[in-house]
Write a protein that binds this ligand. Structure first.
Ligand code: SF4
Length: 192
């Protein structure tokens, strides 16, 4: 039986992308294979949990959607956990940087890939490609096969720069309508 290094498990609304506003249980797995300069996710600490403990902890909340995130969840995620969650009746979403292949037998209902500078994408399937935008030409990402393409203004931590990036993002999408906007609504709403 596998154990997983779980950074946190909490109940909230999905803040970003296609399913923004959807109530879901977040399972944040610890550790990442990248070290992005803008990373604002605290994922380095963990407690060990078994598959059964995770499913039980998820079951304390009423939603039927589980979002597995990180760090980079593909480092740990395996078929034991996705099978157990599916058997318990959950829809599984994954948030990944896409630079690692999913392990054999891992089944996910919705994969959001947010590519970062660095290694090439290796994930086998992408539903939603969500690119963090800071004004550059992102047309090359449209060659990545995905069902939907979203641009999300990068949060630089500088309010003035952020305002400029939001304007650039909107203008870019208006001129390149294959893209849709993703906002970090949890930050706007000040929820977790
Ligand atoms: S891939 Fe995501 S979690 Fe990993 S370092 Fe980059 S921003 Fe942070």
């Amino acid at each position: 039986m596998s154990t997983y290094r779980v950074n946190e498990l909490f109940y909230s609304l999905q803040g970003e992308g296609r399913y923004a506003g959807t109530p879901a249980v977040f399972v944040r797995l610890s550790g990442c294979n990248l070290a992005c300069s803008f990373c604002d996710t605290q994922h380095q600490t963990w407690q060990h949990m078994t598959c059964r403990q995770i499913v039980e902890a998820v079951g304390l909340h009423p939603a039927r959607t589980v979002i597995i995130t990180g760090g980079e969840p593909a480092l740990q995620l395996d078929a034991e956990l996705t099978t157990a969650l599916h058997e318990a009746g959950y829809t599984i979403h994954l948030e990944t940087n896409g630079t690692l292949p999913l392990k054999p037998g891992v089944e996910i209902d919705w994969i959001t890939c947010s590519p970062k500078d660095g290694p090439a994408l290796q994930i086998q399937h992408i539903d939603e490609l969500k690119v963090l935008f800071r004004g550059e030409d992102v047309s090359g990402f449209l060659s990545v096969p995905a069902r939907e393409y979203r641009l999300q203004p990068l949060d630089t931590g500088d309010p003035e720069r952020n305002k400029e990036i939001v304007k650039q993002t909107v203008n870019y999408i208006l001129n390149h309508p294959k893209w849709n906007l993703s906002l970090q609504t949890h930050k706007i709403l000040n929820v977790r």
